[in-house]
Design a protein around this ligand. Structure first.
Ligand code: PMP
Length: 437
């Protein structure tokens, strides 16, 4: 099929439709590090699909596991029934999760994981007799999915503008470390821990006894890839603990190895109370998400008044057999390839390649942590986003898939990327930057 044959019947996400028409990227296959485009070209995937295909496309072991599961047990509800793979996967996930995260709730996406986590946070306080704790705190530039809960705590204006009213009783921290002047430093900013104290100020406006949870991406992802300053998350953690507020890490992007450990909580050595994940959970092969809970959160429901256990929340496809099979196979592959350790080992080479773009035309900042990076371009005057789009288009024509988000070039390759391919990505972006105006 050619892109122009698509017609009007199929809608891409609202804002993507026009871009697709002008620069169609139609894929018919994928394997390892590459997509196969409809025009027959192989394109190096420097985005891991959409931050999810951590072990590369069409991993044979995952493909086989899905096939086998589909022929054996196609569906079973998770209401009052289950199947062994769901328990096995839960056990494997809690095995790689940070210490004390002994419980999993399965969802079908990151958005559902976030909404579930927010509901669980409120229900946790209610189960403990603190029903006044309902407020939720997110961050500017935070992205937590497209459900009304995630949208409400999220901080990207254009995502929210046309869909209100959103949830009441939500507040946002600012993101004071989001300006390019911190620029070109490698890894995490050394200074900026004090920015977390804004939470303390916010709690003078919102009585802490009314706040259920603070939700943050440990590394802001969709909002522009901002690694947290050293000690920033630690301070958020301390303030939440002081006031009995749950801290949620949204690890939909950072989960499953992108920072060189299973979760960012481990890579950055800060323990939240709830973790949301998705994407890499099945290597992108079947939709799945999850909420990981520390023991005391789960136990509150079990120890609470009987009505707390009647907590009603769940999805038809929670713990779907195909997703569980894919999830188990993905964890096998990650483990066999030693993928998380490999990521930690190759990250400096990747970071050096990104930083070699410093000084190229239009580049105003480069940020990276693990295998999660961004090259920020200056916007063309009066035409924000155009330059980013042209750069991504030029890379694509040159055989490398990068993601333009406005004037940010987001780079987040499968964790199996080889050194030569890292070089190819850098060469592609460099020559794109030299060609566009
Ligand atoms: N949270 C974060 C941090 C994300 O990056 C995303 C997706 N990019 C989501 C939630 C939503 O996940 P999904 O698109 O699977 O609903």
């Amino acid at each position: 099929p050619r892109a122009n044959d698509v017609g009007d019947s199929y809608w891409l996400p609202f804002t993507a439709m026009r871009q697709f028409r002008s620069n169609p990227m139609m894929f018919v296959g994928a394997e390892g590090m590459h997509y196969l485009a409809a025009d027959g070209r192989r394109v190096l995937d420097a985005m891991a699909g959409l931050w999810c295909v951590n072990a590369g496309h069409a991993q044979p072991r995952i493909v086989d596991a899905i096939r086998e599961a589909a022929g054996r047990l196609d569906f079973v509800s998770s209401f009052k029934m289950s199947h062994p793979a769901a328990f096995e996967l839960a056990g494997r996930l809690t095995g790689i999760a940070p210490e004390g995260f002994d419980h999993v709730f399965f969802t079908n996406s990151g958005s559902e994981a976030v909404d579930s986590a927010l509901k669980i946070a409120r229900a946790y306080h209610r189960a403990r007799g603190e029903s006044g704790r309902t407020k939720l705190i997110g961050r500017a530039k935070g992205y937590h999915g497209m459900g009304f809960g995630g949208l409400s705590v999220g901080g990207i204006g254009r995502h929210k503008r046309d869909f209100g009213p959103l949830l009441p009783d939500v507040a946002h921290l600012s993101l004071p470390y989001d300006h390019p002047s911190m620029g070109f430093s490698r890894g995490r900013p050394e200074t900026g821990a004090q920015y977390a104290d804004e939470l303390q100020s916010l709690l003078q406006i919102h009585d802490p006894a009314t706040v259920a949870a603070v939700i943050v991406e440990p590394v802001i992802g969709s909002g522009g890839v901002y690694p947290p300053p050293v000690q920033y998350l630690e301070r958020l953690r301390a303030i939440c603990s002081r006031h009995g507020i749950l801290l949620i890490f949204d690890e939909v992007i950072t989960g499953f190895g992108r920072l060189g450990r299973p979760f960012a909580a481990q890579a950055l050595n800060v323990a939240p109370d709830i973790i949301t994940c998705a994407k890499g959970m099945t290597n992108g092969a079947v939709p799945m998400g999850g909420v990981l809970l520390r023991d005391f959160v789960f136990e509150a429901f079990m120890a609470g008044p009987p009505e707390a256990i009647e907590l009603f929340h769940g999805y038809t496809y929670s713990g779907h057999p195909l997703a569980c099979a894919a999830g188990l196979a993905a964890l096998d592959v990650y483990e066999e390839l030693g993928l998380f350790e490999r990521t930690a080992a190759i990250a400096p080479t990747w970071e050096a390649a990104l930083h070699s773009l410093r000084g190229e035309p239009h580049v105003v900042d480069i940020r990276n942590i693990g295998l999660l990076g961004v090259v920020e371009l200056s916007p063309r005057s009066g035409e924000p986003g155009v330059r980013g789009g042209l750069c991504a288009q030029s890379c694509y024509e040159d055989g490398a898939l990068v993601r333009a988000s406005g004037d940010l070039i987001v780079l987040s390759p499968p964790l199996i990327i080889e050194e030569g391919q890292i070089e190819q990505v850098a060469v592609s972006v460099r020559s794109a930057l030299r060609q566009i105006d």
